[in-house]
Design a protein around this ligand. Structure first.
Ligand SMILES: NCc1[nH]cc(CCC(=O)O)c1CC(=O)O
Length: 317
């Protein structure tokens, strides 16, 4: 147990978006409930500044944005000591390890799947022929087109409120969002239907938070330990190990779904061509008791996909 009197407040860094603030407050509240004072510090990131234009233009354009666009500045603030912990949406956190930093805790996961927001349909199969669906994610686009080649996918980026507004402005007939983000912001009333993960695999780490700190900061690591949920941590370790092995990054048409099936951790991974025509699926389950076991599961599933030609699909990008 932490001695509140001996504690300086931990400085928790967050991006300024509504979702990031919600997630930071959630972590801060849990730490405070354990007797740990927390001060929240807002850090502005390039991902927040650049909200317009297709994501590919930003990535190819100037070397900014793209992978790590939402997380780099927070990591820099951790390394230069201006904050002690950073709360990330794990699906936005690149898998490449950063020297001197460590994910100290992964709290229990929120719903992991995607949802449909639309007045026209509650499932993918109910969408009218040729419906215009908005998403900026290659993973969602490719899986949608694989199931429904008639759909017309339009680009959609920005914070959640921007995306919902573009739907309301009739730029799209439907949009896909992560259930975790939509419900954290209290917009459950917009949810038309949940898409089962088996129908559209989520992004690695979707619905889960990663709390990062300096790897030698024993005080912060000790404060974070009670927030860690091993079941979630192992599931995302498997998903992220597969992503890293496939060198997928956040632009890959790749989905991963780790979940517990009694005492076994089961991992499904899909890799698709950008147009969704080609699709490779693999699944495996192990009896997992350490994070290292979970990583092995992820590498095993990824290696099966690589043996079947996944690299050629990912290289398309
Ligand atoms: N890429 C943006 C992003 N990062 C995390 C979430 C939602 C929360 C989560 O999935 O953990 C979202 C929004 C979305 O994809 O709809």
């Amino acid at each position: 147990m932490i001695e509140p009197s001996s504690c300086r407040p931990l400085r928790l860094g967050t991006r300024g978006s509504q979702l990031a603030r919600w997630q930071a407050d959630w972590v801060a509240d849990r730490l405070r409930a354990l007797g740990q004072p927390v001060e929240i510090i807002e850090v502005r990131t390039r991902g927040d500044v650049q909200q317009s234009g297709p994501i590919s233009a930003i990535v190819e354009g100037s070397g900014v944005g793209g992978q790590g666009a939402f997380t780099k500045e927070l990591q820099r603030a951790l390394l230069d000591g201006s904050i002690d912990l950073a709360v990330h949406s794990l699906k936005d956190l690149p898998t490449t390890p950063v020297d001197g930093l460590k994910v100290g805790a992964v709290p229990q996961r929120a719903p992991i799947g995607d949802v449909l927001v639309s007045h026209l349909a509650t499932t993918i199969d109910e969408l009218p022929q040729g419906a215009r669906v908005g998403t900026g994610s290659f993973r969602r686009r490719a899986q949608l087109l694989n199931r429904r080649p008639d759909l017309v996918i339009g680009d959609l980026r920005g914070n959640l409120d921007t995306r919902l507004r573009k739907l309301d402005d009739s730029e799209h007939d439907a949009i896909l969002l992560a259930e975790a983000g939509l419900t954290r912001l209290g917009w459950n009333d917009r949810l038309a239907g949940r898409i089962p993960p088996s129908e559209l695999l989520p992004a690695p780490g979707q619905g889960a938070l990663g709390i990062e700190c300096r790897s030698d900061d024993e005080q912060t690591l000790a404060a974070l330990r009670p927030l860690d949920d091993f079941g979630t941590h192992a599931a995302i370790a498997a998903e992220r190990a597969a992503l890293a092995r496939l060198e997928g990054g956040c632009l890959a048409a790749l989905g991963a779904w780790g979940r517990w099936d009694a005492s076994e951790l089961r991992l499904s991974v899909v890799v698709l061509s950008e147009d969704g025509v080609e699709r490779l699926d693999a699944e495996s389950s192990f009896s997992v008791s350490t994070l290292a076991d979970a990583t092995t599961l992820g590498v095993t599933v990824a290696d099966e996909l690589l043996a079947r030609g996944a690299a050629a699909l990912l290289r398309d990008r």
